[in-house]
Write a protein that binds this ligand. Structure first.
Ligand SMILES: NC(=O)c1ccc[n+]([C@@H]2O[C@H](COP(=O)([O-])OP(=O)(O)OC[C@H]3O[C@@H](n4cnc5c(N)ncnc54)[C@H](O)[C@@H]3O)[C@@H](O)[C@H]2O)c1
Length: 270
């Protein structure tokens, strides 16, 4: 398999290093709007080469999977083009799918061009349970996310509300509402809400609470679901990426594990 990774930040870098050692991965192309971000990968790994973002068309005929690990803007720009060419795409900036028009366009393109869209579980745990229960009926799905000030700094939802994260002395709710609004106000911080919404009851019905805890150094998610299957409560306390505190290390690991799964013949916990 030959892979192109768009975005060499915290997810793209860990992903490239992790899948580099998979024997079935023949070559990894990486691209980034800032070539400097890719240098540490090209210099240290022999199966990797850099392709300029403006020249990716040149190598797409030999690529089997493109991983978008850049931004919602990049996802909106590149994912439809790739699907039109019948290329499978793994999307990390899954919050882009809160835009119903974009989601429908991509899902249609994938269907019509026999391409696949893969969305890893990312930084959350419990997607397996939501997936299993989705063949029944849900009464409620609620995601409660707790992050430190560094992980939430700069989010439009924080800037607009005027909350001074540095002045907080105790855990404080900074958002409480539907997943659609959470993704719009925290586009880089709450992709997991998008993943859960897509799997379960959608962006309008999924509830999200975001808490800023000045005393935590973890990105934590508690996922609560109730339905005719019973009740589920899953909690994960993630180590933030040293490159980007908004992103959890688990998100990059989940992308790597998804690639191993795609390559495998036995799928456990599907
Ligand atoms: N699905 C999940 O659970 C999950 C978890 C964390 C982060 N994310 C999302 O995944 C994406 C990547 O996260 P990250 O932590 O690696 O981000 P990052 O900021 O560490 O790295 C992103 C990289 O992409 C590059 N980039 C951005 N826009 C680009 C474009 N248009 N063309 C080419 N390169 C571009 C940047 O220069 C940067 O090097 C983000 O959108 C983030 O919100 C998803």
């Amino acid at each position: 398999m030959r892979i192109l990774i768009i975005g060499c930040g915290s997810i793209g870098s860990v992903l490239a290093k992790t899948v580099h050692d998979i024997p079935e991965v023949d070559h990894i192309y990486v691209t980034d709007q800032k070539k400097d971000f890719a240098v540490h990968l090209i210099d240290s790994l022999d199966k990797i080469s850099f392709v300029d973002i403006s020249e990716i068309d040149r190598i797409l005929t030999e690529v089997h999977l493109v991983v978008e690990a850049a931004s919602q803007t990049a996802a909106k720009k590149y994912v439809p083009q790739l699907l039109k060419k019948g290329i499978d795409v793994m999307m990390m900036s899954v919050g882009a799918f809160s835009d119903e028009g974009f989601k429908n366009e991509c899902f249609e393109l994938a269907k019509n061009n026999h391409a696949k869209i893969y969305i890893p579980s990312g930084a959350v745990c419990g997607t397996d349970g939501i997936h299993a229960a989705s063949s029944g009926a849900f009464d409620e799905i609620h995601l409660i996310t707790t992050k430190g000030p560094k992980s939430l700094k700069g989010a439009p939802g924080i800037i607009k509300s005027g909350i001074d994260l540095d002045s907080l002395i105790e855990p404080t709710v900074v958002f409480d509402g539907k997943a659609k609004d959470a993704v719009d106000k925290f586009p880089k911080n709450i992709n997991v809400a998008a993943t859960i919404s897509l799997l379960g009851i959608g962006f309008e019905k999924t509830k999200v609470t975001i808490i800023c805890d000045p005393n935590t150094n973890k990105n934590s998610h508690i996922l609560i679901a109730k339905g005719n299957f019973g009740e589920m409560k899953c909690e994960v306390n993630n180590v933030p990426s040293p490159m980007n505190p908004a992103t959890s290390y688990l998100a990059a690991l989940s992308a790597a594990s998804s690639i191993k799964r795609i390559l495998g013949n036995v799928w456990i916990g599907i």
